[in-house]
Design a protein around this ligand. Structure first.
Ligand SMILES: NCc1[nH]cc(CCC(=O)O)c1CC(=O)O
Length: 310
């Protein structure tokens, strides 16, 4: 690869393309001589509108992007960390060169009538296919009904407008990226809706042997986001969470600089919630992730995770 051109591969959804624009803008500041090209690809996850578990789970959003990187059609892949499978290693021959500074990690309610979650009447149909969101809504608002909805965020907003759902739960960061914060009726607290592992984190993935691109893009990496992501990903790895796992959790860099990791595992009906929260102290981020995962396993997390078909 000539050192002055970086070809970036990404999903072709409006959200993914906005993510690439952020990478290009940050690169333009730090490395103004580097030119970029964008290679948008459609993934299985974008095409398939059924249950994700039937198309190899979350890898459905990353497989084609990874393949283009490994083939050498592109030099850099930009992934939502939340969509990168946690129960298997990242594709051999690739590595993460860095993680951009984390965006908002919270979920939001999108209600066309502008109500909050507490104001929604019994039977309101909330469009979400996420077991994590379904379980937490069942726990806090059992009188609401969740209906499956798939497609990228723009498509979900269209489907809601067409009557497929009365309201949606979507990530704040995603809505910011597609310029639709106007649709948000309530940003949910972390108490109501604990975010998924990797929420709001964009990962920069390179070929392992491409030290040139790795060196350039690693300058975009944010150290605090890296620590938080390391802790969260190790938690997911130890729990062997799959695409259909009701696992939530987030690591936070406290004002003291110390890392803390909070996580929960649910049954889909929200009736059982396992919870753990630990501070790193002298532990490195990955060991903190392991420790919190073990704390959840001691409470029976394995049975909850394996109890769900995937
Ligand atoms: N499942 C799709 C997806 N992957 C990442 C985000 C949000 C952005 C992020 O957390 O990086 C979204 C949309 C959503 O869940 O509302």
């Amino acid at each position: 690869m000539p050192g002055d051109l970086i070809r970036i591969v990404s999903r072709n959804s409006p959200m993914a393309l906005a993510q690439v624009e952020r990478v290009r803008a940050e690169l333009a500041v730090l490395h103004p001589h580097v030119r970029t090209e964008v290679l948008p690809v459609t993934t299985t996850g974008d095409r398939w509108m059924g249950d994700l578990a039937q198309v190899e789970g979350k890898g459905a959003f990353t497989k084609e992007v990874d393949a283009a990187l490994l083939r050498g059609d592109a030099d850099l892949a930009v992934h939502c960390m939340k969509d990168v499978p946690g129960d298997r290693p990242i594709p051999a021959g690739t590595r993460f060169a860095g993680y951009l500074k984390r965006d908002d990690i919270r979920d939001a309610l999108v209600d066309p009538q502008g109500r909050t979650l507490d104001q929604l009447p019994r039977g309101t149909r909330i469009g979400t296919s996420s077991v994590r969101r379904v379980a937490q809504l069942a726990a806090s608002h059992p009188h609401l009904e969740c209906v499956p909805i798939r497609g990228n965020a723009n498509r979900r907003l269209e489907k809601m407008a067409a009557g497929d759902a009365d309201a949606l739960i979507l990530a704040v960061s995603g809505l910011e990226r597609i310029g639709r914060m106007d649709a948000v009726s309530e940003v949910l607290t972390l108490e109501t809706m604990l975010p998924p592992i990797g929420a709001g984190v964009l990962a920069l993935q390179c070929r392992e042997d491409d030290t040139e691109t790795t060196d350039v893009v690693s300058d975009l990496g944010d150290p605090a986001t890296h620590r938080e992501t390391s802790a969260e990903r190790m938690l997911l790895h130890v729990l062997q969470g799959h695409c259909n796992s009701p696992i939530a959790g987030y690591a936070r860099t406290e004002r003291s600089g110390e890392l803390s990791l909070r996580a929960a595992v649910f049954t889909p009906d929200g009736k059982t919630v396992l919870h753990a929260h630990e501070w790193a102290g002298r532990l490195d981020p990955a060991t903190l992730g392991t420790s919190v995962a073990v704390a959840l396993l001691r409470q029976g997390a394995r049975e909850l995770i394996d109890g769900i078909a995937h």
